[in-house]
Design a protein around this ligand. Sequence first.
Ligand code: NAP
Ligand code: 12T
Length: 340
Amino acid sequence: MAEYNVAIVGATGAVGRMMLTVLEERNFPIKNLRLFASSKSKGIKLDFQGEKIPVEVLDETKNFKGIEIALFSAGAQRSLDYAPLFVKDGAVVIDNSSAWRMDPQIPLVVPEVNPHAVAHYKNKGIIANPNCSTIQMVVALKPLHDYGKIKRIVVSTYQSVSGAGQKAINELETQIKAWCQGTPIPPAKYLPQIIAFNCVPHIDVFLSNRYTKEEMKMIEETKKIMEDPTIRVTATTVRVPVFLGHAESVNIETKRKITVEKAIELLKNAPGIIILDKPEEKVYPLQINVAGKDEVFVGRIREDFSIENGLNLWIVADNLRKGAATNAIQIAEILIQNYL
Ligand code: NAP
Ligand code: 12T
């Protein structure tokens, strides 16, 4: 089998480290792996398949020639600055940041939903990986949309701190420890408010329309991935004191009636979804149970009696896996199987 030269930009971060894990788990055919991060990580080595790989400091003087696939996860500014340089040197970039997602020339891909869009990598050499909350929602909604045509989506999220990176994970831990020791919780530093024992309706920055950027990402990205600009979407995104895994309460209104039985049948036959829905046995998806899994979990499936064709769902996934690393590497697999 052919093997590829791969790079991870942002390799020391929460997503970057998960990329190393997922590449290894899936036995991705790698010839040579290069790792990049900031000058803070100078001298660090990361384990990959029993080898210690040195982390290189990302700067313009570096030679990126020979890299065929570059997985970016180092923030939007690094993606804007460096993705074109990697492309110029011959790589296809799969970008986890929000930098390129809404560029009409750049495909935004969830392999279970729009794998054919990968072909458009040829436009600019870049493929965008959607926002974590968007990914898990569209995986679950695509089979329902294909059958019943979704007219409107109302979503509220319950997002873990790992979505905001390693520093946010550490911040929740520090706050919980302080509380347990009976000492005052230190003020919030990386997240906008104290997150321990709290729910904060503020992810990413506020925009002039009073939504957060995280909410607008869900709204715009959903239409692009589902390739249907007519779907009306509204979102409220909330950070909750959970380390790993995002949960979502999703309400949809469809053109054609979807009964609970039909919804279960559609979701059962769709790729990448596991239904956990036996409420009488206390079975429904939970963040602490889906951490470490690659699928999207759906439960609490029930009719919304307040409208004619309405459905409620509870959708949960591991945000660092399906929400980021796994989805990016699935895209890389489509690339090598079909195009490279
Ligand atoms: P993180 O834990 O804070 O890690 C950030 C990574 O970027 C680290 O490896 C860091 O290196 C590197 N970095 C920061 N500044 C850099 C610079 N100037 N030059 C080179 N490397 C730099 O954050 P994360 O959660 O892994 O997220 C990273 C990115 O992924 C963000 O763009 C975020 O938007 C995106 N993301 C996407 C999703 C998704 O929805 N698909 C989910 C989560 C995150 P050092 O360790 O050396 O500082
Ligand atoms: N600010 O990929 O804070 O656009 O949870 C993902 C997660 C941005 C992104 C977060 C963020 C993204 C977060």
